[in-house]
Unconditional design. Structure first.
Length: 391
């Protein structure tokens, strides 16, 4: 895996990010999972016992620097301050201007590439951004401006030699004017046919696409203690049915595309409990926040697919460079040692209200990004044994 060892300072002083992270919300009740009471398992995970980066790498990671490797990446919730109207027109905000800034996106991607990130996780359809709805609340297509700006964004990522992990993001239950495709069959069929299929067609053949996250943290839609912790929402049977049919829809258009569906709000618990098993996912993805950066050994999750830590960071709500750096580095090192396919740190962007932000209020790198770059530069060769990366 190649990585630039020359530190390049950020040039994204104008970059802002929404306070909602890719793995959950850092304010309020703290979505994510604080695992500070758990003890880190420091046992070595060998390639013989790990279904981690070796498996995932052999399927996709040759696209990164021409050889398999460890996913060391970043999350981006938004490239500006308006994620709900960033790429296209929003049916809920008909008078809002689309905020997409091509130069800003290009600068951000170049900066992320310069510190060694090989995968960047982005979110689409936030709060219905870029979707068109009819009077019955059913999706009727993708906004033209959304499609144009998404094409530009994909081009910019490819030019920076980055792989995008494209996350389909929405908490449908929040929107009174849109039918929830997790609960409503007609809404599901419309969303798949008019939004998911054309999106997958646009992504098909793109060398700069790592994978698709079919639903960001579907727990937000699920009632109960292992869901959104309320008595409102779908059952796990309904959620699983949605994920399975989403995967089938994506694969029907692009059989070679890797697909996952991220788990949030409860760390790795729901993945370990099998709630994402037997859904034809190519790999599992969970999100976790913890000041100590603790992860269990991947083999202890007892799953049949590679596992990616799709979003991670500190659990403390207060901005603290030392706490952030220790948590993020621990997650990266733990993921490598414990047999995971990789880890994506949250959150590239600047926000004085989000302790996860990797840039300061002036858009400069916080100390963690220097350490992130050092971590990537120190990664072992994919041919080395004992890491789950070799073949």
């Amino acid at each position: 895996m190649s990585a630039s060892k020359k530190f390049v300072g950020p040039v994204i002083a104008a970059l802002g990010v929404s306070i909602v992270g890719c793995g959950g919300t850092q304010t309020g009740d703290m979505s994510g999972y604080n695992t500070g009471s758990r003890t880190l398992d420091t046992s070595t995970v060998s390639p013989a016992t790990s279904l981690s980066a070796a498996t995932l790498g052999s399927k996709l990671l040759p696209l990164i620097a021409g050889k398999p490797g460890f996913v060391a990446g970043l999350n981006v919730a938004s490239f500006g301050s308006q994620p709900d109207s960033e790429l296209g027109k929003n049916p809920l905000l008909p008078n809002a201007e689309v905020s997409y800034n091509s130069k800003l996106v290009n600068s951000a991607f170049q900066d992320m590439a310069s510190i060694g990130s090989n995968v960047v996780r982005i979110r689409l359809f936030q709060k219905l951004d870029g979707l068109k709805l009819d009077s019955n609340g059913l999706v009727t297509g993708l906004d033209d401006t959304f499609q144009k700006n998404l094409t530009d964004l994909l081009d910019k990522a490819e030019n920076s030699k980055l792989q995008l992990y494209v996350c389909i993001s929405n908490s449908w239950s929040e929107f009174m004017t849109a039918k929830d495709p997790v609960l409503d069959t007609n809404a599901r069929n419309a969303f798949y046919k008019k939004a998911i299929v054309p999106l997958v067609v646009k992504l098909k053949g793109r060398s700069g696409v790592f994978a698709i996250d079919a639903f960001n943290e579907i727990e937000s839609e699920v009632a109960g203690k292992d869901g959104n912790s309320t008595d409102k929402g779908a059952t796990w049977d309904q959620a699983r049915a949605y994920i399975k049919s989403a995967v089938e829809t994506i694969k029907s258009v692009d059989p070679q595309r890797l697909v996952s569906s991220s788990s949030g709000l409860h760390g790795w618990d729901n993945v370990k409990a099998g709630k994402f098993s037997k859904l034809n996912l190519d790999f599992y993805d969970f999100h976790v926040y913890d000041d100590k950066g603790i992860l269990p050994a991947a083999k202890d999750l007892r799953v049949d697919r590679p596992v990616l830590v799709g979003s991670c960071g500190q659990s403390s709500k207060k901005e603290d460079n030392d706490v952030q750096a220790k948590a993020d580095v621990w997650f990266l090192e733990s993921a490598l040692k414990q047999g995971y396919a990789g880890a994506l740190v949250s959150e590239y962007g600047k926000s004085t209200e989000n302790a996860l932000s990797l840039l300061d209020k002036d858009g400069k790198h916080r100390p963690i990004l220097t350490q992130f770059q050092s971590f990537v530069a120190s990664l072992p060769s994919p041919a080395m044994s004992g890491t789950g990366l070799g073949r």
